[in-house]
Design a protein around this ligand. Structure first.
Ligand code: FES
Length: 107
């Protein structure tokens, strides 16, 4: 069961167990992680599930589709090269230990 570490804007870390096939957003919501709003429920239509993928994981995740890139232009906290929408990151068993950082605000 892959574990995912969420690091909030203050540096507080929470590690949760996730299931392969679920999104990082869903893992956050089901584990009451503050800082993920997910207003559209995972439809790539709100940008309130914005996360920054830890540098150590850059290049190991699936690449963002054009729709995700478009929505990343709408994030409340400025987009960086590490920005992803967590609803578009599907967890697999080889993602055990993934670290994502939460932005200061989603809205
Ligand atoms: S939950 Fe709305 S874009 Fe991810």
């Amino acid at each position: 069961m892959p574990s995912i570490k969420f690091v909030d804007a203050d540096g507080n870390e929470t590690t949760v167990d996730a299931k392969a096939g679920m999104s990082v957003m869903r893992a956050a919501i089901e584990n009451d992680i503050d800082g993920i709003e997910a207003e559209c429920g995972g439809g790539c239509m709100c940008a309130t599930c914005h996360v920054f993928v830890d540098e150590s994981w850059m290049g190991k995740l699936s690449t963002a589709l054009p729709e995700e890139h478009d929505m990343l232009e709408e994030t409340a906290t400025e987009r960086t090269a590490q920005s992803r929408l967590s609803c578009q990151i599907m967890i697999s068993d080889d993602m055990d230990g993934l670290i994502v950082r939460l932005p200061l605000t989603q809205i």
